[in-house]
Design a protein around this ligand. Structure first.
Ligand code: NOJ
Ligand code: CA
Length: 689
């Protein structure tokens, strides 16, 4: 075909790709094809081995990042798609546009990439075809398989995806295990890349020569989630989440797989600033979503985690009418948009964990007067954030969720927190026989379930914040009513975890889980002694800084109300901080050690800074050159007082104000397990008073 041509000569490619020291290099026989990112930073090649096995490589500025790595599939009911291929490619095309997020870490997102389509054609009589489409950005790339419509490949039953990522240099990896009972709620391992086991994505790597790499996926739609199994050296291989049959995925051609993604950067902070995952998703399909507004919320929640109240009915029931009205009053007085109420609906009294059969999503307990609460909230401008714990029973939930969302819509409420508490592999889905069957949380069936939830919620103008969710793959671009999710150990572990979250946990999250998207971490705890041995293992200043370092368009002030009423000084920052941003920048940071992030308010000229550290104290510099150069600002600083410490002296906080300009550099001193939060309020133009 005329449009298909080889783009770079094999000699030129081999010169650009020195033999990697770390991973196996397979001899590629036919001339490989290749393309580069718009600024020439990243390049990719695709070729076949002597047996016709397709492989790709990635290099950055001429240095190999991913050595020869396999592409292909094992099918459960047809010959494997793994060898006997020829490779051709279309000429690369260039794309450059900018789109706007309805809310987010930044308003404008630039989407500049080279698209490179590679055709794999089977030489055998079946003559099956699969395209691999690469999108190359200067800060990362995505590739996906596209199965065209064809006579010899109609229903595709994928037993195993052979995609590999052979990391070319040794280094360090931050990862959580896959296929474990507690789903994604694990502490991060920091190991040599050579010691990774079976990991979830995103996984973050730092090679010994200082390159930062995050491997993940984008646009997980009607497919099973990808995990990574290390097979040898630095070679990581896709491990798809199993389905109900021996096929992890069943689809009918034509279809595309999710994007397999690599973010690649010198600076750790560049991983955080990258928009790769969002860019690889389809544009907004919901249109006007102004019925949802980013907000902060309080809730009847930490009470239950401390065991002061119960979800179920009885003398300690948390979700009572009076207690809810008290929260609405508090929210209205302090400028919060929502009140989360858990345990409002029938079904909590028996064994709900991994069960969920008893839940009703339309019937409140008798001591929760839904009509009165909704009417009162309307007079105060405060919405209830609904709660749908399913106990992992997606089968049962699907029969009621539409009615549940319709109820919220009738009450004037626009968000729901869902939950899927069940052992991994213990979610219930509808099988082909119409009955409930146990499934992995990230199986293709559960991916479909979460899509149905988001679709149904959108029809009722409800936004979804899922706990024990699917991992985030950037679908919020396409369906902005996916506002946030859990998908990691959140604050709740500091209430009862054995162990709780150690001081390094949140810094680990910034450079791992949070690369996937927003998290409903629920910061803002001032009562530091809990049921967990170390209680809340941070200083107060770090609790405040989490509102800036963890992005989410909904942020909870998670503590019980009396702890805020008793501490108006530090609480002021939680009242002032916003949840929707014009821009986001990472001033400094190292994976798992510390990070400083600044964000500009989307609706004013204020900036906010959050800096957090692990168990080590830090002295960090924060140049304020992000501020408007002609302007003076009042910096309202919340910092660790001398002697502050995450274990022995958490409440030691200093609150002070200082006038600053863009020419200043602040010295940030963080205590062990500490942090610093700053609000910059513009004062006016001209010289300092
Ligand atoms: C686990 C969630 O993460 C937590 O926030 C919630 O309170 C409980 N499940 C009950 O639904
Ligand atoms: Ca959870």
């Amino acid at each position: 075909m005329l449009t298909r041509r080889l783009l770079i000569s094999s000699t030129a490619l081999m010169a650009a790709l020195p033999a990697p020291a770390f991973a196996r290099q397979t001899a590629t026989t036919a001339a490989p094809v290749g393309a580069a990112s718009p600024g020439g930073v990243l390049s990719v090649t695709v070729g076949v081995t002597g047996e016709g096995r397709p492989e790709y490589t990635v290099s950055r500025l001429g240095q190999p990042v991913i050595a020869a790595s396999r592409l292909g599939f094992i099918l459960t009911d047809a010959p494997k798609l793994e060898r006997n291929f020829t490779v051709t490619a279309d000429a690369p095309t260039q794309h450059d546009d900018t789109w706007e997020q309805p809310w987010g870490e930044r308003r404008s997102v630039r989407n500049r990439y080279t698209e490179f389509r590679v055709h794999l054609t089977e030489r055998s009589t079946l003559g099956r075809r699969v395209d691999v489409v690469f999108r190359l950005y200067d800060d990362g790339l995505g590739f996906r398989y596209e199965f065209p419509e064809q006579p010899n490949l109609t229903t595709v039953r994928i037993g195993d995806e052979l995609t590999e990522f052979a990391v070319a240099e040794p280094g360090t990896a931050w990862w959580i295990p896959a296929f474990e009972w507690n789903r994604e709620e694990y502490l991060y391992n920091r190991t040599a890349i050579e010691s990774v086991g079976v990991a979830q994505t995103p996984i973050t790597l730092r090679t010994d020569n200082g390159l930062h790499v995050s491997i993940h996926e984008a646009a997980l739609v009607d497919y099973s989630a990808m995990n990574l199994r290390r097979v040898e050296g630095g070679r990581l291989k896709a491990a798809l989440t199993p389905g109900l049959t021996n096929a992890a995925v069943e689809r009918t051609a034509p279809f595309t797989t999710p994007w397999r993604t690599l973010q690649i950067a010198d600076r750790a902070g560049d991983l955080v600033e990258s928009s790769l995952i969002l860019n690889l998703n389809e544009p907004n399909k919901l249109g006007d979503v102004s019925w949802f507004r980013p907000m902060k919320y309080v809730g009847i929640w930490w009470d239950m985690h401390l065991d002061r109240k119960t979800w179920g009915s009885g003398p300690k029931h948390g979700a009572t009418t009076d207690y809810t009205l008290r929260h609405i009053d508090f929210a209205a007085e302090h400028g919060f948009g929502g009140v989360l109420v858990e345990g409002w609906n029938k079904g909590w009294d028996g064994e709900w964990f991994g069960n969920g059969w008893d839940y009703s999503f339309t019937e409140p307990y008798a001591d929760w007067d839904i009509e009165r609460i909704a009417a009162y909230g309307r007079t105060k401008g405060v919405e209830i954030i609904g709660h749908h714990e399913t106990g992992g029973n997606a089968f049962h939930y699907e029969q009621q969720m539409d009615a549940g969302f319709a109820l919220y819509q009738r009450m004037g409420w626009h968000s729901v927190k869902t939950g899927y508490v069940a052992d991994a592999g213990g979610a219930r889905v509808r099988g082909p026989d119409g009955q409930a069957h146990l499934s992995w949380h990230e199986s293709q069936e559960m991916v479909r379930h979460h899509q149905r939830v988001v679709d149904s919620a959108a029809r009722h103008q409800v936004a979804v914040n899922a706990h024990e969710p699917l991992k985030d793959t950037g679908l919020r671009r396409t369906y902005p009513n996916i506002i946030s999710r859990e998908g990691a150990r959140g604050m709740e572990y500091n209430a009862w975890g054995q162990p709780g979250n150690p001081p390094e946990h949140e810094v680990n999250l910034v450079f791992t889980r949070l690369l996937a998207g927003p998290m409903d971490f629920t910061p803002g705890i001032f009562g530091m002694t809990t049921r967990s041995p170390d209680g809340v293992a941070t200083t107060w200043a770090k609790q405040l800084a989490l509102y800036v370092t963890i992005y989410s368009p909904i942020q909870m002030a998670a503590d019980v109300l009396e702890n805020y009423e008793a501490n108006p000084g530090p609480f002021q920052f939680i009242k002032d901080v916003v949840t929707d941003w014009e821009d986001t920048r990472v001033l400094n940071g190292e994976v798992g050690d510390y990070v400083t992030i600044v964000r500009k308010d989307r609706n004013s000229d204020q900036w906010f800074l959050g800096a957090i550290t692990d168990e080590e104290p830090r002295a960090l510099k924060a140049p304020l050159s992000f501020l408007d150069p002609g302007r003076r600002y009042r910096a309202e600083i919340y910092r660790d007082a001398p002697g502050a410490h995450w274990k022995t002296n958490r409440e030691a906080i200093e609150i002070l104000t200082q006038e600053v300009t863009a020419a200043d550099t602040l010295d940030l001193r963080l205590a062990p397990g500490g942090g610093q939060a700053i609000r910059f309020v513009p004062l006016g133009r001209g010289r300092r008073a």
